[in-house]
Design a protein around this ligand. Structure first.
Ligand SMILES: [Zn+2]
Length: 115
């Protein structure tokens, strides 16, 4: 029996390899890294019991690179924009008030008060 590989299978395989390679490049260059990781969601409704309470969720980090236009003197990535979305869409909604939650890649840094 021969394994039948569709074009979609091949593309998916190549895309996975590409994603992996891009993640490695980004990591080595200290850039933004795409992938699934542990993140947080917090309720944005001020009168909710869970307001601003950080809840751990799984998030997917997506990185969109902007490249210098072809033919310009500079090559490569001009800049990167990072998007953080929940792996489970249900995490966008607060389980207590059903209002919207904001999704964070990591816990926000506490800004120290000025002395
Ligand atoms: Zn809420």
């Amino acid at each position: 029996m021969t394994e039948v590989r569709t074009e979609a299978d091949v593309i998916a395989e190549l895309q996975a390899k590409l994603d992996q390679a891009q993640a490695q490049v980004a990591e080595l260059s200290g850039g933004l890294v795409a992938g699934v990781k542990d993140g947080f969601a917090e309720c944005m409704t001020a009168d909710c019991d869970e307001y601003k309470a950080l809840k751990p969720i799984r998030v997917r980090v997506e990185v969109v690179n902007r490249y210098y236009p072809a033919g310009s003197d500079v090559h490569g990535i001009e800049g990167s924009t990072q998007f953080v979305v929940p792996v489970d869409d249900g995490d966008l909604r607060c389980p207590v008030c059903e209002g919207p939650r904001s999704v964070l890649e990591s816990a926000p840094r506490k800004i120290p008060k000025a002395i």
